[in-house]
Design a protein around this ligand. Sequence first.
Ligand SMILES: Cc1cc2nc3c(=O)[nH]c(=O)nc-3n(C[C@H](O)[C@H](O)[C@H](O)COP(=O)(O)OP(=O)(O)OC[C@H]3O[C@@H](n4cnc5c(N)ncnc54)[C@H](O)[C@@H]3O)c2cc1C
Length: 320
Amino acid sequence: MEEIMSNCYLKAGDLYVNYDCLIIGGGIAGLQAAIQLGRYKRSVLVIDASWGRSTICRSYHNILGWPDGVAGHKLRELAKQHVAPYNVNFHYGKVMEAEKNDRGFTVTDETGNQFSGKCILLATGVMDRLPDLPGLLPCLGLTVYVCPDCDGYEISNKKTIVMGAGKTGATMALTLTYWTDDITYINHEQSDPGADLAKRLADKNIAYVNAPIKRILTENEWEFRGVELAGGKRLDADRGFVAFGGNKVNSDLAQQLGVERLENKHILVDPRTKMTNVANVWAAGDVVAHSELVTVAMGEGSQAAIWIQKKLLEMDRTDK
Ligand SMILES: Cc1cc2nc3c(=O)[nH]c(=O)nc-3n(C[C@H](O)[C@H](O)[C@H](O)COP(=O)(O)OP(=O)(O)OC[C@H]3O[C@@H](n4cnc5c(N)ncnc54)[C@H](O)[C@@H]3O)c2cc1C
């Protein structure tokens, strides 16, 4: 038991453990919560599918202490080092099912591994709908962005291409005029932006291209230089933004547990405790309804962990 409760990687068939807390999602919110709970000396299992915003963003730009940016994978690696002395375990897999029972909660991953815990924190995030364009992934966060609050500054006075779909892309292009006057909007999926948005694009001198993109043009793999359209025409630029809409909010497990969600599938939580409407189910990070930023995800992870500890202390007293 001693070995399994140290910072190890669990496999199917390992000893049965009822963790103090299961954290589903080992991104920014989940890892920050694991640090906090680890320091309360709680037994924690982080289960992570290894594909999320913090695995694809190669530079975050608005984080205290990292003025030159920091990659998502670097923060994730540092968090794992940080929790090494604590009772925090990791399992890599995708949780497909979650149920409430007399132990607390049991979750099952895609290969049938099951894990139980007294409490559960959903930190499963959101995944952007990205086009399958050669050259795109290595640029994300470095020279191609998704969020104006995070990276609008990065395109200041720079020639910028917005790659998008219909109204979502048009709205992003208009938003970005706060930062630069040199914008081309490529409506890659050619869905209709509507007459009103089309007029507003024209009024703001945003060049409009209604054609599919074939590939991203880069230098050194990650320096965006523009795009090649399906017809072979090349458009050059210094920076890119993607805005396709239809992002996937990873809240299916919340639905299975009876957790209240908004129409857009983001989870509702108590603003103070981050607990959902279902007892002992917490949620933090992008999957919760709010602005989708690293610093917010970190704050929520900590806040949820503080209230999870309060609940675990109550449980400790009742168990005696
Ligand atoms: C290109 C890009 C640039 C960005 N730039 C910035 C920036 O400069 N500044 C900033 O503040 N923010 C930025 N963001 C946003 C930032 O990445 C998110 O706010 C942050 O990652 C949210 O953390 P999270 O823990 O909620 O989700 P994530 O980091 O996405 O982590 C969620 C984790 O949950 C896992 N998961 C999901 N479902 C399951 C399941 N069923 N079972 C097991 N695991 C599961 C995923 O695999 C993932 O690892 C950017 C995002 C992108 C995509």
